[in-house]
Design a protein around this ligand. Sequence first.
Ligand code: TYD
Ligand code: MG
Length: 453
Amino acid sequence: MAKAQNPAFFCSNCGYESSKWLGQCPSCRNWNTFTEAPAAKKQGGGKRKDSRVQNLPVKIREILPESGRRTSTGSSEMDTVLGGGIVKGSMILVGGDPGIGKSTLLLQVCRNLASSGQKVLYVSGEESPSQIKLRADRIGEFPESLYLMCETDLEAIETQIDSLDPDTVVVDSIQTMFSAEASGVLPGSVTQVRAVTGALLRIAKGSGTTVFIVGHVTKEGTMAGPRVLEHMVDTVLYFEGESHSSYRVLRSAKNRFGSTDELGVFEMSGAGLSDVPNASAAMLEGRPESGSGSVVVCAMEGTRPLLLEVQALVCRSNLGIPRRQAAGFDYNRVNILMAVLEKRGGLKLSDCDAYINVAGGVRVREPAMDLAVCAAIISSFRNRPFDRDTVIFGEVGLSGEVRSVGMSDRRLSEAEKLGFGRAVIPAGSRSPGTKGKIEITGVRNVYDVMGLI
Ligand code: TYD
Ligand code: MG
């Protein structure tokens, strides 16, 4: 991001800096989002280190490995997403839509950490102690060493952190916190959010306290979304889910201590969130007995195979321009795949409406979904069901060719584990035959797939 010499104005949406006021932000293209930010210069972007901590050059061979310094959060799903547990002194941002369950998730993590002997401080700027107690009662028993503080003034929080000296601090949410350092600016603005995060960063790196920050993702220009903070923290997690579904997915978008693109699946029930270790079985629950337009794909989320049902509904359009919709899958990709099927497969799809849905409320961004989406479209278009006992995955190119995708063995093992008997995969991935109990059919292009339906 380009930075002006002495930025005095900030875009309150994306954090773009400018020396003069602008009507439209050149970065995020929002209008009227520029606000004056007097404290920005003093903060130095919030990245300056505490003067007490002096870092000297060290030999890279002599640095001790990080392993062993990880603490389990008590939830195996969350540990996976974090790359094996919490690294001491790290700063973790948990973002997500309001009401998705961020506070519940973190309160449960706090309880687990406190049960394992840590001293934990949960700071809430959003709810009163009795409201939090109500939630805590639903979750279960709480140990002695979990402290709760309802406060929005950062300086007061810092004082309490100094005197209590907790191992872990949770700040819920960053948009409600207020620092006098950036006085004159409303809480939730980019300047405030930066000032507060900068101060928390000094606490985390200075005293080795692990800090969790909750951030709301809003499209509104007045609130600073967690995007501004992403470069400041060590780990960025996103908590996602569809409001109608009880499943929630935790994803890592950035992780200095582990791989990104890991995924954890949770289920929200009356008693808080619980891990869903066997996500594939949960995602396939309620699959129709028979019917066209439904296929099962094995997608990889990081290193985790996930079986999902892809549904398509293709019907004759009454409109000049056919409607196309996609939930859980890239809309533009649907259009491309339909064009490929039309041109290379000879299916007359251009005057059809098409609706694609990935059941379970998960959003997948993986090329291996292509073949499953094509199969679902063909199945719905011809009104012939796809074999219920078959999983399918592969990437589809613009010439209609099916290209191989990575980790086919892991995908096939997952399908076998869930009792699938057949798999349709790119011919280049494996020689035909069987893998375990799964019978493998290789396909070279979309024609081959059409022949199967
Ligand atoms: P919350 O953690 O407050 O969301 P956030 O902090 O992301 O805004 O949780 C919100 C929703 O979760 C709320 O609508 C109620 C629901 N919920 C349950 O279904 N079961 C539970 O045990 C709890 C604590 C919450
Ligand atoms: Mg909350």
